[in-house]
Design a protein around this ligand. Structure first.
Ligand code: F6R
Length: 256
């Protein structure tokens, strides 16, 4: 795992955007796994500003709420089009987001897995982290080998996400999410975390044991994982000075 600590959310998001950009420049037909929520907003803004060529890129989003139509204001479909896809030259058929209205959810989830396999897997998976350590919507105790499936949100996550719905009562209980096994099959993962609210989950994920109680901790076990943090999210790391020293002393070519 590489831990990159930056002074501000903007600086962290710009580094994350450069990591994504580098993948697209090296492989114009790259397959990206994408996240939603507050965390990637500045990252997506920066990707738009970089004016990259997305016309051969394929994307798979991590998750969607069960029961929400794509045009629902809080749906992740809507989020992705408003914050990224409407502003880049991506081809619509190359965009994949779980269908919250799927009639047969297990069959839909299997098709999603098949579609990822059909394009030879994900080159770079972008992740945020929940305050309970979730990645995608794999809540604590999710199987570390899980595949795309329906999950039930914890009360903590429903409280955290109430801001997108106006009230907690309106937050759906169920979601479709890529599994932890689906995520860790990606050739590399980039987790971005911003703000003090994420500091405890990050400290547990980075410096605690690998455990289903903090799904993000599985990133310790994959070959290439970059964890990009602002100072606030890094606030509870015991070896932060070491991570800073390592990053500051890397040759430039190795920095992304
Ligand atoms: C969303 C997702 C979630 C979020 C996490 C953090 O697609 O996969 O794991 O990354 O809930 O959300 P924010 O960024 O809103 O704090």
């Amino acid at each position: 795992m590489e831990i990159i600590i930056q002074p501000t959310p903007k600086a962290a998001s710009e580094i994350a955007a450069r990591i994504v950009a580098r993948v697209l420049q090296a492989k114009p037909n790259a397959v990206l796994g994408l996240a939603t929520g507050d965390t990637p907003l500045l990252l997506y803004r920066e990707l738009v500003r970089l004016n990259l060529d997305w016309h051969k890129v394929t994307t798979f989003n991590l998750d969607e709420y069960v029961g929400l139509a794509p045009d629902h204001p809080a749906s992740y479909h809507r989020f992705m089009w408003e914050n990224l896809f409407d502003h880049i030259n991506i081809v619509k058929k190359n965009v994949h987001i779980p269908n919250g209205l799927a009639k047969d959810i297990p069959a839909f989830c299997q098709k999603y897995e098949d579609a990822i396999r059909a394009v030879s897997g994900i080159d770079l998976q972008v992740l945020g982290i929940g305050t309970d350590g979730h990645i995608g919507f794999n809540e604590p105790t999710s199987s570390l080998g899980s595949r795309t499936r329906i999950k039930t949100l914890t009360q903590q996550t429903r409280q955290d996400n109430a801001r997108f719905f106006g009230s907690e009562a309106k937050v759906p209980h169920h979601v479709i999410t890529m599994g932890i096994g689906t995520i860790t099959d990606a050739r590399r993962c980039l987790l971005l975390a911003l703000g003090t609210k994420k500091a405890q989950a990050i400290a547990e994920a980075v410096e605690g044991p690998i455990t289903a109680m903090n799904p993000a901790s599985i990133l310790q076990a994959i070959p290439v994982a970059k964890i990009v943090l602002d100072e606030a999210a890094a606030g509870q790391l015991t070896k932060a000075d070491y991570y800073r020293w390592v990053y500051d002393n890397k040759p430039d070519w190795q920095k992304l």
